[in-house]
Every structure is written in C-alpha cells, then in structure tokens.
Design a protein around this ligand. Structure first.
Ligand SMILES: Cc1cc2nc3c(=O)[nH]c(=O)nc-3n(C[C@H](O)[C@H](O)[C@H](O)COP(=O)(O)O)c2cc1C
Length: 175
C-alpha cells in the first residue's frame, strides 16, 4: 500500500475484530516497523511483547476489560526499559509513541486495523498487574497495547479539524 494511502486510511478501531488470527510473520513485521522508529539518544529502550493469539490477549484483557481489546485476535504490548535511558533527558514517552505510531501504520499497510489503548493502564495497580502477567522486570514500564486484527464491520471514521485551522505559513495565523 502506498505510504500516504496508509497514513490516511488509519483510524482507531474501537469496536469488534473478526476472530481470524494474524500470522506471526505479520506481527513480527509490525514489531520491526515499531523498532525502526527513532529513539532519543538512540537508547533503543522500546521493548515489545507480541501477543500472538486470542488466549494471550484475553488474559491481558481480564486485568482491565476494554472494548477495543476484548475481541482482538492479537496485540502488541509496548514497554520501555527505564534502565536504558541515558543523558540529561529521558525520552521514554517520545520513544514509545514513535514506535507505536510506526506499528499502527504498519498494521494498516498489511490490511489490519489497530488502536492506541493506554487508558486501561493509567491505573497503577492495573498496569503493574499487566506487567506481572507479561513477565516484565520491574524496570520495564508498560505504556500502551495495540490490538491487531481484521475489523468486524466498518469502524468509525472521526472527522479531522480542517487543515487551514491548524496550519499557518511563516508565522502562526498567517496564510
Ligand atoms: C496518546 C493517545 C492515547 C490514546 N488512548 C486511547 C485509549 O486509551 N483508548 C482508546 O479507545 N483510544 C485511545 N486513543 C485513540 C484516540 O481516541 C484517537 O486517536 C482519536 O479519537 C482520533 O481518532 P482516529 O485515531 O480514528 O483518527 C489514543 C490516542 C493517542 C494518540
């Protein structure tokens, strides 16, 4: 799929997925796209756990039942290794977000849909439970889980604020 077609086709799939499994090779390609993202100071602190089947996704979903994850046949959990950060600034948040966006686009390029699900892990107890389930050492932080699969029906397309309201030329407000 053409790069710009992929970018504009992406949307957050918050409803049901078909039960069809996602081949591991596709999940690995999506993960590789995530790890190809830039990282601050090149720490490469992003760590991924591929949940390759529905059972693994369901186990995670039990910790914090989430509509967007309930029916997903696969998912990728995105962590950062907090011990990897170096230098004067910690870029973990930027690093995981760059990797996540690469993976959302890679999923679309392969014909799947996905979503950025982080709110289930805003609650520290739930995040810690999810980290424990996924065997994460205590210096790993779970940021987001990306369900991946084929959509069961059309997902909701959200309207975007018009380009002209968001973009200026030269200075803010100048057209
Ligand atoms: C940082 C971030 C956090 C998000 N967290 C969630 C979430 O926890 N649950 C969810 O359903 N969608 C979540 N989303 C998806 C947004 O709701 C979605 O991107 C937004 O409504 C725009 O819709 P679109 O992605 O279809 O263009 C998140 C997106 C971002 C970038």
């Amino acid at each position: 799929m053409d790069f710009f077609e992929t970018v504009f086709k992406r949307y957050t799939h918050k409803t049901k997925f078909l039960a069809d499994s996602v081949p591991l090779a596709d999940l690995e390609l999506i993960a590789k796209a995530g790890l190809a993202a830039p990282t601050g100071n090149n720490t490469q602190c992003v760590k991924l756990v591929i949940l390759r089947d529905k059972k693994s996704v369901e186990e995670l979903c039990e910790i914090s039942p989430t509509e967007g994850l309930k029916t997903a046949p696969a998912a990728i959990a995105v962590f950062t290794d907090m011990a990897a950060s170096k230098g004067i600034k910690n870029f973990e948040m930027e690093d995981y977000a760059a990797a996540a966006e690469n993976m959302l686009l890679a999923a679309v390029a392969l014909g799947y849909v996905s979503a950025w699900l982080d709110s289930p892990y805003f609650d520290d107890d739930k995040r810690l439970a999810a980290e424990e389930l996924l065997n994460a050492p205590e210096w790993y932080k779970l940021w987001v889980v990306l369900p991946i699969g084929l959509p069961d029906g059309e997902g909701t397309r959200r309207s975007k604020i018009p380009f002209e309201e968001l973009v200026s030329y030269g200075k803010i407000g100048d057209m």
